[in-house]
Every structure is written in C-alpha cells, then in structure tokens.
Design a protein around this ligand. Structure first.
Ligand code: NDP
Length: 490
C-alpha cells in the first residue's frame, strides 16, 4: 500500500517526513500513516505540473494519442478493481460490493468516457468579411479550445476514486496537467493512482497527488501556478476556495452539499417509492452529496407509505464493509458520528420522534450509526435545513403540488430532487418548478455521463459531465485569419 506523495512520476516523502494517521472506519484502528503535504510540497507538485503543461508533450498530443494512454489507465484500474475496491472499502467504510461494482467501475468509465468525448469534440470556424488598411478582406474565424494549463482538483472522502476520476478524466483528456488533493480521511485509492498512471505510460508531471491535512488545500488553491480549481466538498470550504481563487482570478467549479427532497405523491407506486427513498438516503450511510435526506410525503398516503419505508430499512444488511453481502457500513469517523448524533439529539430534544424499531444489530467495533427516520421535525430546524451527511431522514407531510413545491424549495441547497409519481405530467410540472440542478423521476441517481451534474443555489457553481466539463477545463481561443477578396495574381 503506497502512502507517499506522487510528484513528477515518483513517490516521495513529504518535506521533513511529516505524516498523519489514516483511521479505518470499520475497525477504528490506524490503517496507514500518510505523507502530509505542506506548502513546500504543494510548490513542488505544482512546479512539476507546470513544467509538464508548459514544456511536456501532453498538451500538444492529439486527443487520440492522449485517449490511448487514458484508456490504458482505465484498463489498469479495471485490472485492479477488486484490490482498489477493498482498499476503498477499508478507507471509507463503504460496503465493498458498492465500491467494486459501482465506484471503481465508474472510475474506469469516467476516464474512458472523457477520453472519447475529447476525441469527438469538434470546434468551430466561421467566414466573415472586413475592410482593413484599404483592402477588402475575407476572414476565417477559428474558435479553438486550448487546455487551461494546470488544474487543482480537491475531492472529498465519501467516493474518492469515483469523484477523483470524474474530475481527472476531463482535465487530462482536454490536455491539462494537474495536482490532485484527496481528503485526509480517505486518501489511499487516490495515492494508488500514481502507480496506475505510471503503468499506463502517462508522462511524468501530468498527474501529481498530494494527500495532506490542514494546509495543503488552501496552499494549492492560492498557488499562482494553478489555472483552474475543481472543488468537491462542503459549502463552507467552497466559499473559502472561491474567495482564495478570486485573489488570483482563477476559474472555479464547485460541487457542494445538498439537502435533497424525496417527494412522494399519492399516485406513486408506493412499494417501489419506499425502496427508492430508502436507497437514496441510506446508501453509503447517507454520506452522499445527492442523498435524499428529506421525505416529503402526501398526507393522505403517509400512513400507508411510512410502514413500507420502515420495512425497507429493517431489511438493510448492516455489517462489515469488507463482507460482500453488506449494504450498510460505518460512518467515516468518530467525529462525524458525533456530529450526526448531535443533529438527532437536538431534534429529539425539540420534540421529534424516531420512527420504527431502532436497529440494534450494529457491529461493536467501527463508527456505526443506525439508520434514523425523524418525524415531527420543525421545518426551520437544523435537522431539516442543514446537510447532515449521514443516515438521517426527516419526514414532512404536504397537501397538493403547490405545498410540495414550496416545501422542496425551502432552504439554501439546490442539488437534486426525487419525484415519485405515476403521472408524467405531474413530474414535468413539478420538476420545472423545483429549484435544483437535477430532478430524478421514479429513480435515484441514474447517470448519463453526457448530462450536466451539479447544483443550483448554495449546492454549487458550474456543471460537470460531457461537454460541460471539457468547457471548464479549456480556454476558448479565437484565431482570426484573413485573405484578400480578389485574387491578386488573377
Ligand atoms: P470539506 O468541505 O471539509 O473539504 C475538505 C477538503 O478541503 C480537504 O481536502 C481540505 O484539505 C480542503 N480544504 C480545506 N480548507 C480549504 C481551503 N481554504 N482551500 C482549499 N481547500 C481547502 O468536505 P469533506 O471532504 O468533509 O466532504 C464532505 C462534503 O462534500 C459534504 O458537504 C458533501 O455534500 C460534499 N460533497 C459534494 C459532492 C458533489 O458532487 N456535490 C460529492 C461528494 C461530497 P486541507 O485540510 O489540506 O486544506
């Protein structure tokens, strides 16, 4: 297991040999001691990326040639899928089946998808006419897309390899070089990407990886050698990233948190909706930006729907994340478990009720926290308004579409919404009025990688996916060519 920084194609210790402990959520024991990048290490990593961007072959290669290397990188991820999945499961606490079958598979797909996308991305040219220095000229305006240069990518701990490659894919496919900063809570699969990149033949300096805690993120965003920043994380940190990037006028895309509502209408298939709602919030123990953490249920069917939902929750297989049968593992850390429990304690003190039989079959060791459904919550309470990023679902009831929409639009987030209804017309009518970046109808988080992923309001800035990502990682560039209207030799 590699634990060092990856700079200019080589693994290296952090300056002064600094290290921090990486704790395994399923055992509460130290899993590894990780090299801790400081500002001096960030300087080295950015210098390597800068040199590769300004003088190396990567930006000047054809998209096809880059695509060959990126596809090899995806092959190498696939070859190691089981090992990477196990590593992710140990580091994040996420069930290994979810890691292998979803996250690692998606990591390879992210890379392949953007390699192909860059290869098929055509750019524009237009004819024009102008008079210049007394001559009649024809113009050809070529609008090309040049790589931005050096990208900084900061990712959270909940799905490191999936989210890392979701950003790396377009950044690299568009011809940029980059510095990847994983979360200190789960850096291991990101660090492993260095060896994978070398095996795939990625030129040295194109990808640099700097785990660190405390100072690395801010040093990276503020670094003058960085041209663009893709940050995925919480709203408060997102604000700081944007403020720091403003100092040097860097381009920024922010994928932030959410408090996404599940709207269950009376005309929905209730059993399917119950399974979907349970999955949307309790998958990854609620530690997902798109978690459907608010249930808004039509009052007249709430009494039928809630028992179906509780039945789904009662059947979740809670256990060791390394067991292939497990569906629900521990939270990322003791501190996070305490934070999640703080929301529940506060809500209960204010009169909220926990629905259903509490799950008592939690393993003794590990940062486990049971799935919780909170009823009788005040609409302005923290439990309803704040992103908990844990396995807590709040329940509110509505009468009719207008009230449902008003409730869904309350609050500051706008990442996703889930509509459960048997009426396509209702889905369109409500979907149009909900202020979120994404709306799923009778499903949860199905992805077509060409479509825009991202949040409205305080859930983010910019979109990722398909051409949206490639546009972010490139600079539009006009080259205006001229030729005389008349054939001077004719
Ligand atoms: P944080 O907001 O705590 O971000 C932590 C990361 O940011 C660390 O890598 C840290 O590195 C870095 N950082 C801290 N301060 C700064 C700064 N001033 N400038 C630059 N970087 C900085 O998020 P978490 O990792 O805890 O992730 C959880 C959050 O991520 C949730 O809110 C969740 O909703 C969101 N998320 C959003 C997704 C989306 O696609 N919308 C997907 C997944 C998660 P260092 O300590 O070294 O500075």
């Amino acid at each position: 297991m590699e634990t060092r920084l990856f700079i200019n194609g080589r693994y290296e210790e952090a300056h002064g040999g600094r290290r921090f402990a990486d704790i395994e959520p399923g055992t509460e024991a130290a899993l590894a001691e990780i090299a801790d990048a400081g500002a001096d290490d960030i300087d080295r990593a950015v210098a390597a990326a800068r040199a590769a961007a300004d003088h190396g072959p990567w930006p000047r290669m054809s998209a096809e040639a880059r695509g060959k290397i990126l596809n090899r990188l995806a092959d190498e991820i696939e070859k190691r899928a089981r090992d990477l999945g196990l590593l992710e499961a140990r580091d994040v606490g996420k069930p290994v089946s979810e890691c292998v079958n979803h996250d690692i598979a998606r990591a390879a797909r992210n890379i392949r998808f953007f390699a192909a996308q860059a290869e098929t991305w055509t750019q524009e040219a237009s004819f024009g006419a102008a008079k210049f220095l007394g001559a009649d000229l024809r113009l050809v305006n070529v609008t090309a897309r040049a790589p931005l240069g050096v990208g900084a990518i900061i990712i959270p701990w909940n799905s490191p390899l999936m989210l890392g490659t979701w950003n790396l894919g377009p950044c690299l496919a568009a011809g940029n070089c980059c510095v990847l900063k994983p979360s200190e809570l789960a850096p291991l699969t990101s660090i492993a990407l260095g060896e994978i990149a070398n095996a795939a033949g990625l030129p040295a300096g194109v990808l640099n990886i700097v785990p660190g805690q405390g100072a690395a993120g801010a040093a990276l965003v503020g670094h003058p050698g960085v041209d663009g920043v893709a940050f995925t994380g919480g709203v408060a940190t997102g604000r700081r990233v944007m403020a720091a990037a403003a100092e040097s006028l860097k381009r920024v895309t922010l994928e932030l948190g959410g408090k996404s509502p599940n709207l269950v209408f009376a005309d929905a298939g209730l059993k399917r909706a119950a399974a979907g709602v349970a999955r949307s919030i309790f998958r990854s123990q609620g530690q997902s930006c798109v978690a459907g953490s608010r249930l808004l249920v039509e009052r007249k069917i709430a009494g039928d729907f809630i028992p179906l939902l509780l039945d789904e929750i009662g059947r979740l297989k809670i256990g060791d994340p390394l067991d292939d049968q497990t569906e629900y593992g521990p939270l990322i850390s003791a501190a996070h478990r305490e934070r999640v429990d703080g929301f529940v304690r506060e809500a209960r003190a204010a009169g909220a009720e926990i629905l259903g039989e509490p799950r008592r079959d939690l393993p003794e060791r590990g940062f486990y926290y049971p799935p919780v459904v909170l009823d009788r919550v005040a609409p302005d309470s923290h439990a309803v308004c704040e992103e908990i990023f844990g396995p807590v679902l709040t329940v509110e009831r509505f009468d009719g579409e207008d009230e449902a929409i008003a409730m869904a639009n309350a609050g500051r987030y706008g990442l996703a919404a889930y509509l459960w209804t048997g009426s396509a017309e209702r889905a369109l009518r409500v979907g149009e009025r909900i202020k979120t970046g994404m709306v799923w109808v009778n499903s949860f988080f199905l992805r077509d990688l060409r479509t825009p992923f991202g949040g409205a309001r305080q859930s983010g800035l910019g979109r990722q996916g398909g051409r949206y990502s490639l546009e972010f990682w490139t600079e539009p560039k006009l080259i205006c060519m001229t030729y005389p209207e008349d054939d001077a030799n004719g």
